[in-house]
Design a protein around this ligand. Structure first.
Ligand code: ATP
Ligand code: MG
Length: 399
């Protein structure tokens, strides 16, 4: 067993403590400033895993780190927990510095008062569920009677009381992860770090645990920094999402803002599904850009960094932000930010609606139609992107 499973914590919040999102002036529970961490294995290229990350997580907040494999999510959590030694920067937990490269400060994990929960449950195989959960309290010398009471309470909270006396190999994956969750919560740490805790669990149990975790977070009021590469999990759980790209934060905002106003092409592509084209900015007015695209002239809301007249930008839209009509029934008076005519090359019924692939010139566009739509394969259609549904995003290759 590694040191990872023995992080000890100090009780801070009593169960039932109200969840309060910190307002202006309140100290965040976690503050990370300009953190850097690289790895250099012999014979390999140097890898910058964390590349100048700064963020603050407010009291009672559920902040999700979302990003593709290898973008530095686990490394960032491990630096916060004290399991990895950063190159430089600062980390403060509940206002107390725990790492500061300029002051040569680097507190060990057990003095940081955080709990961490891993993708692999990391339970002690020779201990029962109850003993595993009691472990962090025992190592801190908490009295027997208090341990018993707290373990029972948290077993009940994560709904594994019936399995209290089972060993890990006598429990399902979902039950083991509940026990791991209970072990992280029993210490009542203010800050709980989660590293993809649900990714080894089947879809149905995952959804259930996700809801339960939210409920527990509301009840207990812990502050969460939660890693996942699953978008829908991020959208469900997060007050705010930090989208990571190769060791840095590409965007930090609410799920809705990230989805509707992605700051970059990377974010637009990574979150949800999007169609895109490049075009030349011909005019700018009131936060909107006129863009000459291969499909014709478009009017797009500028999202993220400002674009300039004369430069190439990316226009992008979500499939749900366009309506599709057979050309002969299309109403030219319907306001649209971009109109495209094309042929339906594929039609797939997916339950809530019908997905259409539309070919226009040498491009293929993904569109949606109502489930009862009579549009068929081979039909000529007109696609109209709704007025605010088209975004103009700075083209990262133009700099
Ligand atoms: N101990 C290590 N030694 C060398 N390189 C490492 C080490 N740990 C991580 N890395 C590298 O650092 C980068 C970030 O890894 P990290 O584990 O933080 O990614 P991640 O976002 O958690 O990915 P995943 O979603 O696959 O878990 C990767 O390129 C990885 O190969
Ligand atoms: Mg990881």
């Amino acid at each position: 067993m590694s040191a990872e499973s023995t992080i000890t914590t100090v009780p801070r919040l009593a169960p039932g403590t109200a969840t309060v999102l910190a307002g202006a002036g309140l100290e965040p529970v976690l503050r990370i400033d300009d953190l850097h961490k690289h790895f250099h294995l012999p014979g390999e290229k140097r890898v910058t895993a964390v590349d100048g990350i700064s963020l603050a997580v407010n009291r009672g907040e559920f902040l999700v780190l979302l990003g593709p494999s290898g973008c530095g999510k686990t490394t960032l959590l491990r630096c916060v927990a004290g399991l990895d030694h950063p190159d430089s920067g600062r980390v403060a937990i509940s206002g107390r510095p725990v790492y500061d490269s300029s002051a040569a400060l680097n507190l060990p994990p057990e003095r940081r008062h955080v709990s961490m929960i891993f993708q692999t449950y990391a339970l002690w195989p020779h201990m029962t569920a109850a003993q595993n959960i009691a472990y962090p309290l025992r190592t801190r010398g908490v009295k027997r009677a208090e341990i018993k009471e707290r373990v029972e309470r948290v077993l009940d909270l994560v709904d594994v009381s019936a399995q209290a006396n089972r060993y890990p190999n006598q429990m399902s994956g979902g039950q083991q992860q509940r026990v791991a969750l209970a072990r992280a919560l029993v210490s009542e740490s203010e800050l709980v770090l989660f590293d993809e805790p649900l990714s080894n669990i089947d879809a149905k149990v995952r959804e259930q645990l996700r809801e339960e975790m939210l409920e527990m977070q509301r009840t207990i009021g812990f502050t969460a920094l939660y890693v996942t590469h699953d978008q829908s999990e991020a959208m469900h759980l997060a007050h705010r999402i930090a989208v990571l790209d190769d060791g840095h934060i590409a965007q930090l905002d609410t799920g809705r803002a990230i989805y509707t106003r992605p700051a970059s092409r990377y974010v637009a592509r990574f979150i949800g599904r999007a169609n895109e084209a490049t075009g030349n900015v011909t005019a700018l007015e009131g936060g909107r850009a006129s863009v000459a695209t291969p499909f014709g002239l478009a009017t797009a809301v500028v999202s993220g960094d400002l674009v300039e007249t004369g430069e190439t930008c990316v226009v992008t839209w979500r499939p749900e932000n366009a309506r599709v009509d057979p050309v002969e029934r299309a109403d030219a008076a319907v306001p649209a930010s971009l109109v495209i005519e094309g042929d339906v090359t594929a039609r797939v019924f997916v339950g809530l609606n019908v997905e259409l692939l539309i070919t226009a010139g040498d491009r293929t566009i993904l569109a949606l139609a109502p489930a009862d739509s009579d549009i068929t394969e081979g039909q000529r259609v007109r696609l109209s992107v709704i007025p605010d549904g088209l975004l103009a995003i700075k083209n990262p290759t133009e700099a």
